[in-house]
Every structure is written in structure tokens, then in C-alpha cells.
Write a protein of this length. Sequence first.
Length: 370
Amino acid sequence: MSTASQDAATIARTANAIGSLDAAANSAAEARQGLLTKPPGSLGRLEALATRIAAITGHERPRLDARLIVVVAGDHGVVAQGVSPYPQAVTAQMVANFLRGGAAINVLARHARTRVRVVDAGVATPLPSDVSADPSLLRLGLGAGTADITHGPAMSGPAAERAVAAGIRLLDDERRVEGLDIVGCGEMGIGNTTSAAALIAATTGRAPVDVTGRGTGADDETYARKLRAVERAIEVNGPDPADGIGLLASLGGYEIGVLAGVYLAAASMRVPAVMDGVISGAAALVAATIAPGAAEYVIAAHQSAEPGHAAVLDRLGLEPLLDLGMRLGEGSGAALGISLCVAACRLLDEMATFGEAGVDNSDAAVAPEA
């Protein structure tokens, strides 16, 4: 079997392995919530979050001990259109920062006691010499950045399949070696909000102006170029909104493809996948276009300040856990979301029931609020 055929088979096999949420675990978790030493519903959305994770994992009292954030980096040829105030070399520089532990995601992941796996999916410029041989960096060798989507496809169809399959294999390897209970999806790539906006517009049917934001802080002139690039990319490529691989090949990035594979793999493993911002969201859209059931396994960490993110949340039917005005990416919001997921599950697992604590709740159904 050729490599391309193997990649397509890996994607199909993973998509077909995605099942429904576990109704029995969901019901059992809901029942346990009603027995814990608190007024019904008093922990608000934390209760629903823990119950949803129970349904995802199939465990009434899920434990999220093995935590991972995958930060995937890739460059984008569309930067040639002047869509970002930052040069392309910043992608490689930030990968080095991740590996040295100095980025926002590193700080937030340490706070959440979560491992970070840094992945070079398609960085165009060489990494600094002090980190280029770092054994913790996973190099996928998918390409030195994508092509300019205003002139044609970002990559070939087989290259898009290779990226998605690489994400699937990556997560499978991580689970086999380290164990895996929850995964967060982060990214880095100058120009990637342009590709994400094009993907979101093409997938949802929203107008480019409604889903294109200022990314890393574009001024008015840069934003105008960015919006024109998104419009032109969709016009030139004319992607089919029902073809996930075709969308990725036409408008995406290597890091977006790898993250789409991570979402698919997580769903097939019954592992909650925590979505970060607009690029992570675009990858989730690709995954859900390939396998609609994958969306049920996605948890939206936050509402990004990028306008396209709202379209992603609406399309996937997700309610964000937080709204902090964040738009950094890297998996920063996912790290905060993982912290909330862990807290919600620990409450479900570790709180005493009324019976265990010897607390009388016989009139709980009719008692007024304290």
C-alpha cells in the first residue's frame, strides 16, 4: 500500500471508530451529582462539564491525571500578501521559546500540571541552534510552510491527508507512551489566522468580513490586505464545504491538519479534546467535516476575541467555558480549560455524598436557598 493510501486508510479507520457519547455514564454522573453535599445545581456549569466528560470517557467518575497540550507549528505562504505585522521567522523563534519553557503556554501548562508536546509540522525557517536538536521536539517534516492560498491550494490533497494522519499517529503514540486522559490543542504560525478565517468562511458560509480579525494586531492597512487575501483565497480555490480534506488542502496549514488529526484521534479514543482559539477551532471544523461525530468530544475552553471563533462555536454547537478576551493561541486558553475540567471532575469524584457525610438532605427538594 502506498503512503498516500495508508494515510487515507488511517483517517477512515479513525473516523469510523468514533462512537456516540456514553449515555449510561452520563446518567450515572448526573445521579451522583444529585447525591453530593451541595444544593442541586449549585456548582453551576461545573456540574454539566463533569457530566459531559463522564459521557465522553465512559466513566461515571472520570479522572484526568494524564494531561497533554499539543502545540503544533507551521508557516503559511499567504504571509507574502502582507497579512501580518510580524515576519515569518517569528514562528521558528516562538518554537524555540516553547522548547525553552518561556512562552505563555509553558507558564499556563505548568499551572495546570500538564505536559506540552511541541511539534514542527511545517516551519519554514531554521530553528535556533540551541534547540534544533532538542529531543522533546517532534519534527514531522510535512513541508517548509504552505503555498500562498491567494494563488492556489495551500497544499496537495495527499499532503493534507498526510498532515491529518500524522496528527492521529502523534496522539496514538503519546497515549501509548505516556498515557492520556485529556488533550488540549494549541498552535503557532505567522499568517495562520488568515488561513483559519478562510477555512471558517468556506465551511460555515459566513462572509469573510464577519470571520476575519486582526490576528497578531494588524493595523488598518494590514487588516485590509488580510481581508482581501481571505476573499481571494476562497474565490481562487472554490472549496467544497462538505469535503474536509479538500478544505484543508485548499485553504489550511500543516499545523491545522495535524490538529484535525488530533481531534479525530481523541474522539476515537474517548478522550476529551479541549479547543483553544480560532486556529484550533478551524482545525476542529475540519475534523468535524471529516467525521461529524468528532464534535461531541470537543470542549471549548474559551470564547476568543477573534470574530471567526464565534462562527466555529455556533457551527459545532459548543458553549465556551470562559470569556476573557484572549486571542493569543498557543493552547493558552486550552490550558485554562483543562484546569476547569480537572476541577469539575475532582468535585464529582471526591466530594462526599449526603449519606457518606451524615448530612441530612431529606427536605432538600423543598428547602429555600440558604
